[in-house]
Design a protein around this ligand. Structure first.
Ligand code: SAM
Length: 480
C-alpha cells in the first residue's frame, strides 16, 4: 500500500495570477530559452515562457498562468519550425521536467545550443569571438553516470519516487523556487539517461518503502523523512553506488536488500542525513548501510575515486573530451605552476598536474577536497595541493605565484572581485571552463576590459536532450 499524502493544493506552485479562462491562443515567435529550458518570446509588452518550443519556432500558444511577471504558455500548434523533430523515445516526455529537447533531432539540438551561445556573446557585445562547432556526443542515451531521483507526492497524493513533473497544465505553473510547494513527482518507469540498472533500482527501492509509512520530506514544515535516491554508475565496470538521502535516519537494511536484489552490481549503499532546506547541503551524518562507500572510475587514465556526494562531471566520455581540450588550451611544457580554481574533487587538477610542475586546487566543499587529496595519492601524483576555501577568501590570503590559472565555476560564473584578483596575478594564460554561456560572456567582457585577449570558444555537449552546454576558452595577456 502506498502512503497517502496531503491533497496537492492547486496550483501547487506559486502562481501570481491567472490569465482569463478563455484567453485565446497567441501567435508567438520564439527567440530564446529560459533557464528552465522553455522557449521564450515577446509580444508587445508581454514576455512568455513557452513549453515545447525552441528558438526559431513560430507557434500558436495558450497562456496558462503568470509567474515572475512572465506568462507561461503551452503550444497549441506549430505554424512553422526551425528544427527537424523526431519521436521522443521516453514515455515520460512532456510530463518530465528533464530532456525538454528529446523531440528535436540531435544534429539540430547541437545547432540550437551553438546558436544560443552565439546570441549570449552578441548580447554581451563580444559577437566577434569565434565559437567553434560543438563536439557532439556519440551516446545520446544512457550517458549519465549519476542521477538524483526525488521522493515526493504524486498528483494523486501518493508517495512517489522518480523525477519532478515539468509539464504545465491549464491553471498550473512550475516553480523551481524551493520556498514554494514542490512540483509533483511522477513514478518513473524508465528513464533513458542513465542505465537500465538505475531504472530497476528505483523501482525496487520504491517498492521496498511503500508500506513503511514514511513520507517525503518537506523542508518548509520539516515534516516527512525521504528526500532522494542518488544512483551513481560507472560505465566501464558497471559498478553502482547508491545514496539514500533522508531528513532523519531510518532502518535502511530493507532498501539495501531491494537495491542489490534489483542489480547485482550495487557495490554499496550509503544513507545520508540532511535536514537543511537545500538538498545539496553537506549531510549531518553519513553511514554505510551495505558494502563500500566509494566507487572508482577511469578518466583519461586517471583513477578517480568518488564518494556518494562528491562532484564529478555526469557524462564521463564527453568530460574526457572536455578535459583533453583544457589540456590542449593550457599548452603545458612541464614547467608551469598552475592554480585551478573551483576544482571540485580535483579531476581536472590532477590531469593538469601530470603535465605541469605543480597544481594548487581551490574548492569550498570539504568532502570534495578530501576526495581530491585521496585521488592524488591513489594516482601517485605528488605535485598537487588542495586548499579548502571559498575562492574569495583564498584571494584574501597569500596567493602563490603561478604561470597558468584554470577556472571552472558553477553556473553563476566568477565574482567580479575574483576576476580582478586573477588579473592582478598577471599570468600569461587563463583557461576558463564554463557551463553557462551567459555568465561566461559577462566574465570574458571583464577580462577584455582588463587587457586580456579572448581566444576561440570550444563547445562540448555533455547533456544531450537538454539546453545545457559546456565551453572552454583560453584567455591570454595583451590585447589583439
Ligand atoms: C563545475 S564544478 C568544478 C568541477 C571540476 N573542475 C572537475 O573537473 O571536476 C564547480 C565547483 O566549484 C565549487 N564552488 C562553488 N562556489 C565556490 C566558491 N565560492 N569557492 C570555491 N569553490 C566553489 C563547487 O563546490 C564545485 O565543486
Amino acid at each position: 500500500m502506498l502512503t497517502s499524502g496531503p491533497s496537492i493544493p492547486r496550483p501547487w506552485s506559486r502562481t501570481e495570477g491567472y490569465v482569463e479562462e478563455n484567453e485565446d491562443g497567441v501567435e508567438l515567435e520564439v527567440t530564446g530559452v529560459s533557464p528552465q529550458g522553455m522557449g521564450t518570446a515577446k509580444k508587445g509588452v508581454e514576455l512568455y515562457d513557452v513549453r515545447g518550443a525552441v528558438p526559431g519556432d513560430l507557434v500558436e500558444a495558450k497562456p496558462v498562468g503568470v509567474r515572475g511577471g512572465r506568462k507561461d504558455a503551452i503550444v497549441i500548434r506549430r505554424i512553422s519550425e526551425s528544427v527537424s523533430r523526431t519521436e521522443p523515445r521516453c514515455e515520460h516526455f512532456g510530463v518530465c521536467g528533464g530532456c525538454q529537447w528529446q523531440d528535436v533531432v540531435y544534429a539540430d539540438q547541437l545547432k540550437l545550443k551553438r546558436d544560443m551561445v552565439v546570441e549570449c556573446f552578441r548580447a554581451a557585445g563580444i559577437g566577434d569571438v569565434e565559437i567553434t562547432e560543438i563536439l557532439g556526443a556519440e551516446d545520446v542515451f544512457y550517458y549519465r553516470n549519476k542521477m538524483d531521483f526525488s521522493f515526493g507526492w504524486s498528483r494523486a497524493g501518493e508517495l512517489s519516487l522518480g523525477l519532478y513533473e515539468g509539464a504545465i497544465q491549464d491553471g498550473e505553473t512550475v516553480s523551481d523556487n524551493p520556498k514554494h510547494h514542490a512540483p509533483p513527482v511522477f513514478n518513473l518507469q524508465k528513464c533513458w539517461l542513465q542505465s537500465e540498472a538505475s531504472n530497476l533500482i528505483v523501482a525496487a527501492v520504491r517498492e521496498s518503502l511503500s508500506d513503511t509509512g514514511l513520507g517525503p520530506y518537506n523542508p518548509s514544515g520539516r515534516t516527512g523523512t525521504l528526500r532522494s535516491l542518488v544512483v551513481r554508475d560507472i560505465k566501464d565496470t558497471g559498478d553502482v553506488l547508491v545514496n539514500l538521502n533522508v531528513a532523519r535516519k531510518i532502518h535502511a537494511a530493507g532498501v539495501a536488500e531491494a537495491a542489490t536484489r534489483a542489480c547485482a552490481d550495487v557495490k554499496g549503499l550509503v544513507q545520508s542525513v540532511n535536514r537543511k532546506r537545500s538538498r545539496n547541503a553537506v549531510p549531518r551524518l553519513q553511514e554505510t548501510v551495505f558494502g563500500q562507500d566509494r566507487i572508482v572510475e577511469q578518466i583519461l587514465g586517471l583513477e578517480v575515486q568518488l564518494s556518494a556526494t562528491s562532484f564529478a562531471q555526469v557524462n564521463s566520455r564527453q568530460a574526457e573530451r572536455l578535459y583533453r581540450h583544457v589540456l590542449h588550451e593550457a599548452r603545458l611544457i612541464g614547467s608551469e605552476r598552475i592554480l585551478d580554481l573551483y576544482c571540485g574533487a580535483g579531476t581536472m587538477s590532477l590531469l593538469l598536474a601530470k603535465q605541469a610542475a605543480s597544481v594548487t586546487g581551490v574548492e569550498v566543499v570539504e568532502e570534495a577536497v578530501q576526495d581530491a587529496r585521496r585521488n592524488a595519492e591513489r594516482n601517485g601524483i605528488l605535485n598537487s595541493k588542495f586548499v579548502c576555501k571559498d575562492v574569495l577568501d583564498f584571494f584574501r590570503g597569500k596567493v602563490p605565484e603561478v604561470d597558468v590559472v584554470t577556472v571552472n565555476p558553477p553556473r553563476a560564473g566568477i565574482y567580479r572581485a575574483v576576476l580582478n584578483a586573477i588579473c592582478r596575478m598577471e599570468v600569461e594564460r587563463i583557461v576558463y571552463v564554463s557551463c553557462n554561456a551567459k555568465t561566461l560572456a559577462r566574465d570574458l567582457v571583464g577580462f577584455k576590459r582588463k587587457g586580456y585577449r579572448v581566444g576561440h570558444v570550444q563547445l562540448v555537449d555533455l547533456f544531450p536532450h537538454t539546453h545545457h552546454c559546456e565551453a572552454v576558452v583560453s584567455i591570454t595577456r595583451g590585447r589583439s
